[in-house]
Design a protein around this ligand. Sequence first.
Ligand SMILES: [Zn+2]
Length: 439
Amino acid sequence: MVSDTDLGQRLSKAVLARRDDLIALTGDLIRIPTLNPPGENYREICDYLDRRLLKSGFDTRLIRAKDTPGDSEKYPRWNIVARREGTRSGDCVHFNSHIDVVDVGKGWTTDPFGGALIDGKIYGRGACDMKGGLAASIIAAEAFLQVCPDFAGAIEISGTGDEESGGFGGVAYLAEQGYFDPKRVQHVIIPEPLNKDRICLGHRGVWWAEIETHGEIAHGSMPFLGDCAVRHMGAVVREMEDSLFPALARKRTDMPVVPEGAKQSTLNINSIHGGQAEGEADFTGLPSPCVPDSCRMVIDRRFLIEEDIDEVQEEIRSLLEKVREGRENFSYDMREMHRVLPTMTEKSAPIVQTVAKAIAETFGREAEYVVSPGTYDQKHIDRIGRLKNCIAYGPGILDLAHKPDEYVGVDDMIQSAQVMGRSLISLLVQGDGAATNGE
Ligand SMILES: [Zn+2]
């Protein structure tokens, strides 16, 4: 009989022995440019993962999220779900990674789709967010299968699209199809780049809305004959400065949100547009003199688990009403664009306990618990899948996501893969999380 510590050590060694494989795999994934928008090469990366995981003994399924936002013959929304059954019944542990990456942007000194290895770091768009996490989870599963061929339950690995644009053609679609039904999957780890020794329990909520102020068009030389919608919007901004931003700063949360500045309610004015549309880049003429009759503002409100979404809306509504009372001819419309409720897994949840134990074993110190300022696919697993036992845990530094010269450290990936592999031992060999089955 092999003792538990021996198993953990053998797993850690098996991960370490795959270092070159891990580097090659991460590089390969980065070299498939899966830009979103528009959603390029989803099929190519799914085919790549398909070949890899079939070889490791997984059953695979390629699933197209037909007719979801952005899905077209040119940019089909492909996803992959791979499953490897154990030798007896037990829990299923699912690793979910998004395959899409955001626009490259300016300022790179390395090839964003080169996957170069320089001084122990792999560079490229998506290196940390989150192809490094995907590669680490595959290596963790393969090392686990070598060390523990006789295990209970099942392992699943999914690669899903569109996380960066809301996840509707990815995890949301799979959740609607029942892939995250708690009868089928009991534990979910999303290897987003939250640092190798931190467990992310969830995220704040999002409320996006558009506010429009109305005016009346007139000749710009006689603005008094019209009504300037931009000035009305200016009054809205002033009221936000005077009352709303200070009020938001006072709303603090008990959620362990990082960074510190996000431990409160926040609002970003995403855009303001009033008056004539800006000319094309090559247009050299002047605008015509008109008083703007419409001004639109998009707001991005992030809210806390302690806040109610109705109150969040009501707060903006009452601000606009206050402006209306104090201002002649002020009229407005408000339209919700998007909403995501906050989510946070309990620290007592089996997946949290298991990964915390694996972090302590790997690093010799306690795990840190965090909550993400922005959302990720956990929202769909929670709301649509009704599966609460879910965390984000993976290698990479969140601050590097979406930036030029994005990279992931090879050692970080190795250690994260060791934590993931040790978590599989706890859940599928030692049966630590069995209590959740069927919940
Ligand atoms: Zn991500």
